[in-house]
Design a protein around this ligand. Structure first.
Ligand code: PMP
Length: 308
């Protein structure tokens, strides 16, 4: 594995990458009983700093709470582990993946009394998810034939492993059809999100994004972009968006920990605006990257150093 680092934090210990193993009867493997996070550590002049660590770990524990997972660790332990997998692997930047899962607790969907969930945190040396080129020029997107999860079926506010079966369908269908990413609609036919990103629109200088009721994961980058946009003086409207909005917007972009802020150049072969990154998207990218790289004042308190 070219992404392999030296150590993975596993149930409280740093263990060599190759030794962080689970049994084939692990509950999560059979029923999808796992919740996780994706977090970025950025290279800054003060060393690697983690973007919105507290918000990510709060969301991780909220996901576990919804599913009634018996979590053995505290938030502080997991936050500490996130810092350790960066520093002890000698990474200057990277993608941090905490995972809480039901392991060797026996098969059957009901959790037995007295069992605990397992926890691991690893770090991967990842750069831009949709490509450096994509960050500048924008990517080709389509509308997925798959809808996102309907409310009161599987909760999309939980970042749970099982939700990613939906993402697998959406992402692999669009790749197979020659697109880089897809936009899925919710069960009512309104715009929801990408397979691993939230989606934003710019029309007549107003910024729009779908509401949390549209079967989406309320992204931490989504929240950051809303705050940065409002501080730059933009009006941000969170409202149900019909499908045709994707063909009539002046600009569109995806947001996410992996995707950061990635412009969308076309949808279903129809150019978005001029067919490349628009001025509002570029302004938001510049403001966002300046914060995460520690080049401007961290006025929101979004960065956490990895070393004490
Ligand atoms: N939606 C989905 C389905 C995702 O997997 C992600 C990535 N975690 C996002 C949205 C964006 O969330 P965030 O900005 O917190 O990474």
């Amino acid at each position: 594995d070219s992404d392999a680092t030296k150590y993975i934090w596993f149930n409280g210990k740093m263990v060599p990458w190759a030794d962080a193993k689970v049994h084939v009867t692990a509950h999560a493997l059979h029923y999808g009983s796992a919740v996780f996070e994706g977090i970025r550590a950025y290279k800054t002049a003060k060393g690697p700093q983690i973007f919105r660590l507290k918000e990510h770990i709060d969301r991780l524990f909220n996901s576990a709470k919804i599913y009634r997972f018996p979590v053995a660790q505290t938030k502080e332990e997991i936050m500490d582990a996130c810092k350790k997998v960066i520093t002890e692997n000698g990474l200057e930047f990277g993608y941090i993946r905490p995972l809480i899962f039901m392991g060797e607790v026996g098969l059957g969907v009901k959790f037995k009394k007295g069992v605990n969930a397992d926890a691991m945190v690893c770090a991967l040396p990842w750069g831009a998810y949709l490509g450096e080129e994509g960050l500048k020029k924008g990517i080709k997107a389509c509308v997925s034939s798959w809808r996102r999860l309907a409310p009161d079926t599987i909760p999309t506010e939980a970042k749970a492993a099982g939700n990613y079966l939906s993402s697998i369908l959406i992402a692999n269908e669009c790749t197979n059809n020659g697109y880089t990413e897809a936009i899925a609609l919710d069960s009512n036919g309104y715009v929801s999100e990408g397979s691993g990103e939230n989606v934003f629109f710019v029309k007549d200088n107003v910024i729009y994004t779908a509401p949390t009721t549209a079967g989406l994961l309320p992204g931490i980058t989504r929240d950051a972009v809303i705050k940065v946009a409002q501080d730059l003086g933009y009006e941000v409207r969170t409202q149900p968006l019909p499908r045709e909005f994707v063909y009539l917007a002046d600009e569109m972009f995806f947001t996410g920990t992996a995707a950061e802020i990635t412009p969308i150049a076309s949808v279903d072969g129809i150019d978005v605006g001029q067919g490349y990154r628009g001025p509002v998207t570029e302004k938001l990218q510049n403001a966002f990257f300046a914060i995460v790289r520690g080049e401007t004042e961290d006025k929101y308190g979004w960065l956490t150093p990895c070393k004490a």
